[in-house]
Design a protein around this ligand. Sequence first.
Ligand SMILES: Nc1ncnc2c1ncn2[C@@H]1O[C@H](COP(=O)(O)OP(=O)(O)O)[C@@H](O)[C@H]1O
Ligand SMILES: [Mg+2]
Length: 412
Amino acid sequence: MTDTIQTLEMQVHRLKEENRRIKRKNDLSRALINAMDFPVVMIDGTGTVLNFNRRAADRFNLREEQGETVRIWEKLTASACSQWEKEIVKSIKENDSVKFQYDEGQRLIEVIICPYFDREGRIRYFTVLEKDITENATALENINIFNEQHHLTKEQMVEASKLINLGTLVSGISHEISNPNSFILTNAPLLAKIWSELEAPLTEHLYANDIHSKGFGPSEIKTMVPSLLHGIEEGARRIDRIVKSLKTFSRPEKADGFESVCLNRILKTSLVYLNKEISRSTRHFSTRLEDSLPKIAGVPQRIEQVLVNLILNSCQALTSFDQEIDISTRSDEDLVCFHIQDKGCGIESGHLAHIYEPFFSTKAGDKGTGLGLSITSKIVKEHNGTIDIQSTPGEGTSVTVKFPQMKGEVID
Ligand SMILES: Nc1ncnc2c1ncn2[C@@H]1O[C@H](COP(=O)(O)OP(=O)(O)O)[C@@H](O)[C@H]1O
Ligand SMILES: [Mg+2]
């Protein structure tokens, strides 16, 4: 009797284990299918929906509690419906996956239908993936139009395609970063407000009970929390600016949201970032900044990008620690000028015509992307400025960027 009970107990234990294993596998499969950034839906031969991921739930308006009572046909437009049906029949006939495309409004959708076979080789159900390929198609179309208009060579086409793909990639990533960052941008100031209201009673409580947190006492907490919250908000604003500046690269639009900018101040910040690079490259680094430099209209983050790119190029051009870099700012009638002069390797005359081209780089390894000057000249243009590069091979390079002064702006 005890033996039977023991055996039963063991079997129950084994079944529970098995159950846990299956549940875990199930959870993992769910996580995997939900991680897919496009709709995935499983249907049987009658179109009954068996399983679907989050994207598909949004796309086809499916809900978990509907169980297996929904047919996919109810969720598709008439033309999509007839095409899905036709392709499923084809998949059954050919015993293989099928892929097709259709227009839905302004979007181009690609659908892949993969049949799932049982042990006898019969189709049990279909996994259907949908991908919005409008961007890819537009990119391809753009390349073709561009090629026709400019009679591009094959190499040039490859460059154009790299650029367009990079643009798509950058705008995709920017979008992914902007969304979560907007939570921080909204929540951090709210948290700061809540803290400012609760600060007095909370710190009183901390003092009264001598409460410490992470080794910080009440008075430290009192001063730290607002500055931590401020730091979070500032960081998120910085991310926001970076993402927006990346977007200017992926979209050929004019920048908006210009503010009054002090070039000297931006230069000083850029030098802080580049401190290591500069001190590694030369022992002769000098700056001559004009006092009371008039302001310019612009986006600080983007102007910073210009200065960083140019200074970095000069640092990378030096071949000896004794070669100089000199930076100066000055005003000239209604212009504000930034000038950088290096005594580095210089630019070969044959290269000079190509330095603004995206991906043109003479630097080995991961030192150069060839994007620095193309982004720089784009930003300078956006700010209604000009850039001029003079260079003598073996002697050095001199770059002058001029921005229009901001009208009616008080000198800093
Ligand atoms: N100050 C400079 N001195 C010498 N060559 C330069 C300088 N600035 C730019 N160049 C040349 O222009 C090319 C393109 O520059 P850039 O667009 O910044 O790309 P990257 O620096 O990634 O190579 C460089 O590879 C280099 O050949
Ligand atoms: Mg560069």
